[in-house]
Design a protein around this ligand. Sequence first.
Ligand SMILES: [Zn+2]
Length: 398
Amino acid sequence: MASMGDRKVAIGWDTRTWSRFHHIWLRDHCRCPKCFHPITKQRLVNTFEISPAIKPIHVQSKADGLQVTWPDVEPHVSLYPWSWLQTNSYDPLVKRHDSSKEPVLWGAKIEKAPPSVTYEEAMTVDDRGLYKWLKKIDRFGFCLVSGVPPTAEATEELAKRISFIRETQYGKFWDFTADLAKGDMAYTTLALGAHTDNTYFTDPCGLQIFHLLSHTEGTGGATLLVDGFYVASIMKELHPEVYETLSRVSVPSHAAGEASEFFRPSPASGFPVLSHDNVTGELTKVRWNNDDRSVMNALEPSAVDEWYNAIRTWNRLITSPDSEYWTQLTPGTVVVINNHRVLHGRSAFDGNRRMCGAYIGMDEYRSKLAVLGEKFAKTRASPSGLSIQERSVWDPAL
Ligand SMILES: [Zn+2]
């Protein structure tokens, strides 16, 4: 049931729940081919030519949606599908929540059954295995790939199943040993505490792919993974004031070990350890590398002790045996990590170790996951019974 008011259209979903949509909002969101390009999915309507006082001539409930007739030189008719209106209700705001996409938080016990796919699955051309792989990364923040040929070429090919590689100062696809070829501790044999990479970038790399190709004449070098979202959830519960501090205080950082490079994020004051979705409040990103932290010259004098107490608590929780997942990688097993969520590190080692890997941008990875989701999860039936593979102008994410 729909009724028109002075400035809004109200839609009753049942006797108790209603959504209201402003006239201007409805007109701006018309998705007829004149107002929204059906191929490029871009707005064609001139938002700024719509009168601020626009009001429909009439509104009508149809079987497939709300039909609105607008005054114009010749009347313009818009049809908004019911499901689209319901999904996009902002008055009241509906929680757009999909529990199948919720992160699975984990601690040390993930050791018993770490998320994993086979190389064969990941490489199969129909993309079903690729989708399975990316969904596991999405839910757990990491995934192992077993049975990978222990060569740089096969690893690079595997990485490119997700997307093109993100080039950085470390190169495109890296293949390195502990020879300090780059002025960074990753290129030594030292132990590395749990951290995320690229805290000194405005946009830290999204996925990291590692493959230990060989380790001879020595031992050590176990891989450490820590679920930053899991630790943050514990901290929010036990120490809400620490959680608040780490969500508020900006941390500057740098990569300056090479004379020809000097990386700092923009803005240079940096970003908090924990970042959130402005709308939902959900935790979206963990940035943490205490080694790369720059001068904390913007702290309130009264907040210095609070800050050090906060990172002391954070450090205690990320180094707790309950949080740490240690695994000894061997040639043939690739690990892929969401660098916006899972911290990684390693124990010290001796001997000769050859590692290869790559970074992939968060946006490229998310795009591939969304496309595979369209391909395998959202296939809708058309009236003719054929499946629709084309992206609709009413896709809820547009
Ligand atoms: Zn239109």
